[in-house]
Ligand binder design. Structure first.
Ligand SMILES: [Zn+2]
Ligand SMILES: [Zn+2]
Length: 396
């Protein structure tokens, strides 16, 4: 067994190395399934460390393997993709690519897992089994986790537990939060094209107006959650985009509505989708319009934390951060493709605090001014390692 104090001080001693990797990634953000340079950096770092890996899994994914190959197998996961956001944070290592930014902290996740790789390599003799290091593409809507799973990263040897971390500015550095059971929501998108008949705005009777019809649909969708859902259940329908029209005096032929639907279960998500379809269709018909309704992209399943993994993870985290530094939190309606792993094997996903007003780390993920307290990164690396080593020990 490893002395955790020693592990934490080892992690802190490589902080500049982890931060260096993170900043390199931060300057070169890549969107889903285009993480080619990111993947190369992961590969060359694993090469330097002497860790074996497979590459080009799910396009840019990398699977590192370390350990003695005997006994149980535990996986640690990081996502590598950035977002189509133009960075506004005042950091010297700002994104060099206009319109792309690591605003969800996946640069931190990748750097922390590389930190864990280095710590594991330095303590290889303590690994009683196999640790898989999963670097995946396309968490932001591309279901990279599903593709990685389908390409077999959880098999040969079979992963018995998987752990993942997500940075959170809502938590101060030195804290972690998660829960047993459902942590994050099932999430999907909605798209409705309301088709009428365009015409002169002064003669609405000669046209079929999709604008008023679209407005009615947007308003009516609100009552699915407020009037139909059990108040003790959770659901979200947010319309986030409405597009249509080019001129003030022209009734446009169609209006496009997009948004997101969330529930804590896949069945709940399906039910909300059915009701969105029924309501949009009925309102369109009642107003002489047509509605094309679809739910494009991937429906992410809910992220379910296994009870045993959560308890084991919590203990491992407390050894790193200290007793009282792990919070039980209620579920959140965000989606996360770590869910595809926990659909297949027991696992635990948790939020790691990177919030610190002193360094301006107060903006939430997906904000153009999102910033990270990099002092949290060695904690993330140490947490990964401690969860893996303790779990291998439990599973033997
Ligand atoms: Zn995100
Ligand atoms: Zn994220």
């Amino acid at each position: 067994m490893m002395n955790t104090e020693q592990l934490v001080s080892q992690a802190k001693s490589i902080q500049p190395w982890i931060v260096g990797l993170r900043r390199q990634l931060h300057q070169h953000p890549e969107l889903m399934y285009e993480e080619f340079e990111t993947s190369k950096l992961v590969q060359s770092t694993l090469d330097e460390l002497g860790i074996e890996y497979q590459k080009d899994i799910a396009v840019t994914g990398v699977l590192g393997t370390i350990g003695n190959g005997e006994g149980p197998c535990v996986a640690l996961r990081a996502d590598m993709d950035a977002l189509p956001i133009h960075e506004e944070a005042d950091v010297e290592f700002r994104s060099e690519i206009d319109g792309k930014m690591h605003a969800c902290g996946h640069d931190c996740h990748t750097a922390m897992l590389l930190g864990a790789a280095r710590l594991l390599k330095e303590n290889e003799d303590l690994i009683q089994g196999t640790v898989k290091l999963i670097f995946q593409p396309a968490e932001e809507g591309g279901a990279g986790g599903e593709k990685m799973s389908e390409e077999g990263v959880l098999e040969n040897p079979q992963v018995e537990r998987i752990f993942g971390l997500h940075v959170s500015a809502e938590l101060p550095t030195g804290m972690l939060a998660a829960r047993a059971g459902t942590l994050m929501a099932a999430a999907g998108s909605l798209k409705i094209i309301v088709k009428g008949k365009g015409g002169h705005a002064a003669m609405p009777h000669l046209a079929i107006d999709p604008v008023t019809t679209a407005a009615k649909i947007v308003v009516e969708l609100q009552t699915i959650i407020s009037r139909e859902l059990d108040p003790l259940e959770s659901g979200v329908i947010s319309v986030t985009m409405i597009h249509g029209g080019e001129a003030y005096n022209v009734i446009p032929p169609s209006i496009e509505i997009q948004g997101t639907i969330r529930s804590l279960t896949l069945d709940g998500l399906k039910h909300l989708q059915t009701r969105v379809s029924e309501i949009a269709m009925a309102i369109a018909q009642g107003n002489r319009c047509e509605a094309d309704i679809s739910f494009p992209g991937h429906d992410y399943p809910p992220t379910l934390n296994d009870e045993v993994c959560w308890e084991a993870g919590k203990e491992s985290v407390e050894q790193v951060l200290g007793v009282g530094k792990v919070l039980e939190m209620p579920p959140v309606m965000g989606g996360e493709d770590f869910a595809y792993y926990t659909q297949r094997v027991p696992g635990c996903f948790a939020f790691l605090g990177i919030g610190n007003p002193d360094v301006g780390a107060t903006y939430s993920v997906h904000h153009p001014k999102f910033k990270v307290d990099e002092d949290a990164l060695p904690y993330g690396a140490a947490i990964h390692v401690n969860c893996a080593l303790n779990s291998l020990n439990d599973l033997r």
